[in-house]
Each structure stands twice: as C-alpha cells, then as structure tokens.
Design a protein around this ligand. Sequence first.
Ligand SMILES: Cc1ncc(COP(=O)(O)O)c(C=O)c1O
Length: 386
Amino acid sequence: MQYASWMEATGEGFISEILKAAQDPNMISFAGGLPAPELFPDQALQRCFQRVFEEQGKSSLQYAQTAGHPQLRQWLAQQHQRNGKPVEAEEIVVTTGSQQGLSLLAQTFLDPGDVVFVETPTYLGAIQAFQGFRAQLMTIPCDEQGIIPEELETMLKQVTPKFLYLIPNYQNPSGKIMGLERRIALLKVAQAYDLLLVEDNPYGELRFEGERYPNLIDLGDQVIYLGTFSKVLAPGLRVGYVVANPDIINHLCQTKEGVDLHSNNLTQRAVLEFLNEGLLPGHILKLCTLYKERREAMVQAIEKYLGDDVDMIIPSGGLFLWARFKKINNSFDYVQETIRQNVLYVPGALFYPDGRVTSEVRLNYSCSTPETIEEGVRRLARAVRV
Ligand SMILES: Cc1ncc(COP(=O)(O)O)c(C=O)c1O
C-alpha cells in the first residue's frame, strides 16, 4: 500500500508495542499518561447525562454548531482572559480533546516544509500532529524552566517559524514549570518578532505545591491557548477547547467542519451540567491530593532503588516524572529487558523530534498505587542493571 511519506517518520510501531505489553495483568506501566480511574466522577457524570436527556431531550441528539455548545463556550470564556481583557464566547471553539486542537492548528496553519519551534523535549502527540502536515520541527534549547528566551531570539534571527508550541505548566514529558519572569521574557521576544505562541495547558490545574502563574494568554495577545477536561475530569469524554482571537477561531471552525462537523453535542452538554453544579474545583482538589501522594511514592522509590544512578526532575504538579540514567547511554536499549521484568516506561528519545540518543525516560505516577509504584521502580532498577 502506498501511504503518505510522513507515516514512515512516526514512532507508532513502538507505541503500539508498549500498549500491547501494558495489557499483561502482571505488567506495571509507567508508560501511559492516564488519570487515576478510581477518581473518575462517574456517578455525578451519570446524573449529568441523565439530566441532559430529561431536560434537553432530542436537541442534545441533533447536529449542532461547529464552534461548540453556546453555553459551554460562554462558561469557558469566563474562565479566561486574553492580554488582560475578558474573553468572549466567540473566541472559543470546543474540540474533541485538545489533541484535536493541535491537529486543527496544524491543518489550518501549516504548509509542507513550514517550520514549527518546539521545546526540547516536547509532547509526542504534538510531534505527530505537526509532522502529519509535514512541518519541519526545530527544537529550542531549554533549561529547568523550559524555553530559554535568548536561545529563542537567536533562532528567530535565522528562521521564521509559523508558531512556537509549548507547555508552560508541568510539561509533558519533563514535568517542568515556567516561572513568571520567564513567561514575561518569552512574551517580550514573541512580541518583538511577531511570533505566534501555542500554549498547551492540560496539567495547569494539577498543582501540588508552589505558586500559580498566569497563563501566557492572560499576558499577551499573540497566543493561542489549548485547554482540555481530559486530565481534570475524564479523557474518554473527549472535550477540549481552543481560545484565540475570533479570526483564528473562524479559520479553525472552517477546518473542523471538514474533520468532524462538531464535537459530541450530548457530551458537551453533560460536561456543562457538571461545571454548573460547581463540582469541578472539589474534584481537582481530590486529584491533586492523590497525585501528590503518588509523586511522593515515586520520588522515594527512585531514591531507594536507583539512588545515585539517576538524576530526576521532581515535578510540582502534573502526571510525569522525567529521569536520566547516568550509567547507560540509550534508554531505548533497555525497553525489552524492562518488558521482561514486567515494567514499562517511555524512552526519552520519543520526545525529541531531532532523533537524538538519550538515557532519559518518562515515568507516569498518576495511575498506580504507592505500593505498585515502589514495586515498579524496584523492577526498573533491576532491568537497567542487567
Ligand atoms: C501536552 C498534551 N497536550 C495534549 C494532550 C491531549 O489531550 P486530550 O485528551 O485533551 O486530547 C495531552 C495528553 O496527554 C498532552 O499531554
């Protein structure tokens, strides 16, 4: 079969291998990015769906507006500001998860060969979305707070990208957070070079400790913001959204029409019921308490079983811990051995579009109990010492 050429560049073969291995009931998987299913508010959501059926009946089963359910857009608009000004509903498009937001942005903005700047490392799903439209991804050097503005400026003097994609809060995969001064410095560079920023923020609400910083979109005009209910409610709902100026939203809607006409009408209304009941803040608090405990368990297990063999970035929120093995060269080489030891991680190389070799790994802690985390890290230590 003659598939499009970009398909050869995807890491899909490897991901499906990991997903297949994760089916084994003896496997401990730190490879996914799954929220803890035991905290899904399934009964509250059941009530919300039920109420939508009872009160909104057939209209919730009908085709609906491409930009999303009007009241949900209104609710979302009220949660945001753009460059210090209130956001209007017309600045929101509801998407089928924020992954669709990435895909719509790629389809709307990118011609083959266009350059997109990304963090080093960056989210695999974004790499896939942008490479799917044959973009050329260029990595910007990062430090412990993410993108280094001076490095960005140096790159901007040489290349003009369509946009810079970044995850300022509890980044996937590195768990890093960008401080306020860094955000301001970054926006200053963006403004000077008329650079569009795509701010992806699935994890910002999952804050265990430390300060809450304003979103980039709160502070600047040239920002497109991606939000989602996947990590704070349930990913299976597939409700995400984009905030941008009305012109960009109109263009995204034009693209979305050809992709799926609109996101699931019934689900958007049920999510809105959940939000109107005021249930989200209490739910997020529960998530943060549980994930903090699990983050703690992972840090302790790493210190206990791997000790000086690794450097790690201890995340102050989100779902992931990023670690670097000091005594090996390539974490890809140990995947088969870890599968034999019944534990899974994602090798760091998958998060670098420049194809580099690295001994880093991404470990997810949200979806395993502290006991399982300890056992998994013990197995991991055994695997990398073989
Ligand atoms: C940084 C980032 N962006 C986007 C997504 C996609 O999330 P959604 O479930 O909203 O499509 C994820 C999911 O893991 C993510 O980590």
